[in-house]
Design a binder for this molecule. Structure first.
Ligand SMILES: CC(C)(COP(=O)(O)OP(=O)(O)OC[C@H]1O[C@@H](n2cnc3c(N)ncnc32)[C@H](O)[C@@H]1OP(=O)(O)O)[C@@H](O)C(=O)NCCC(=O)NCCS
Length: 187
């Protein structure tokens, strides 16, 4: 994709904004929580330098158009409570993959659904995508439920797709088409 220019997505309770240098501690907190990382594609971080490197890589990815990441912040306080992103863009096929994580203190409040609905609206609106994919550990009930609430369809089960800290894991593959999203919003 072309370079991503900073944009803010606003919902009822949240603001989604670009990641900046001041987010290192929040990013570090997200990716050191073993419970939040239970079904992630890599093991929890052990060093703050991993957060510093990720923030640098995230900013470089805005420039080269490879990954579009948003910090999920509370509209009132501005506190960063999670992040979500679109990666693996295929311009030719107008598709991308969605990823997301919320600080555990903010689970169960509907924030993930609210944030992802804004990101999906951006993907099917200004970015003009036709399809969004998600690759989830089938045991990750909260994530599967979230995707289904957002009208993703479970499209398949891919066996032994990941090895995370020595554990072999399967994938539940989900897809959302723009036409499904628009039909669901109208319904
Ligand atoms: C996946 C993840 C983001 C889901 O977060 P979540 O808070 O469960 O998701 P939602 O925002 O949709 O919240 C839904 C829950 O909030 C409840 N809720 C409370 N207030 C709500 C409100 N105002 N609006 C909507 N839902 C509300 C819902 O009832 C629902 O609870 P339920 O699942 O018990 O029915 C979170 O579990 C997470 O960060 N996990 C770790 C990272 C991860 O695994 N990421 C995915 C990798 S594929």
């Amino acid at each position: 994709m072309p370079a991503f220019q900073p944009v803010v997505l606003t919902t009822q309770r949240l603001q989604l904004r670009f990641i900046n240098d001041g987010d290192v501690d929040s990013v570090h907190r997200l990716f050191t929580d073993p419970e939040a990382l239970r079904y992630w594609s890599f093991a929890p971080w052990t060093d703050r330098s991993q957060a510093e490197e990720t923030v640098r890589d995230t900013q470089a990815a805005y420039e080269d158009g490879s990954i579009l990441t948003f910090a999920i912040t509370l509209a009132g306080s501005g506190d960063m409570i999670g992040k979500c992103r679109l990666s693996k863009f295929s311009e030719q096929n107008r598709r991308s993959e969605i990823g997301y994580i919320l600080d555990r203190a903010h689970w169960g409040k509907g924030y993930a659904k609210e944030a992802l609905a804004a990101l999906i609206g951006h993907a099917f609106g200004p970015l003009d995508l036709l399809r969004i994919e998600a690759d989830v550990d089938p045991r990750n009930d909260a994530s599967c439920k979230l995707l289904e609430r957002l009208h993703f369809m479970h499209e398949g089960h891919l066996r032994q797709r990941w090895i995370v800290a020595g554990e072999v894991c399967d994938t539940a593959f989900y897809g959302l088409l723009r036409q499904d999203w628009e039909a669901a919003k109208v319904a």
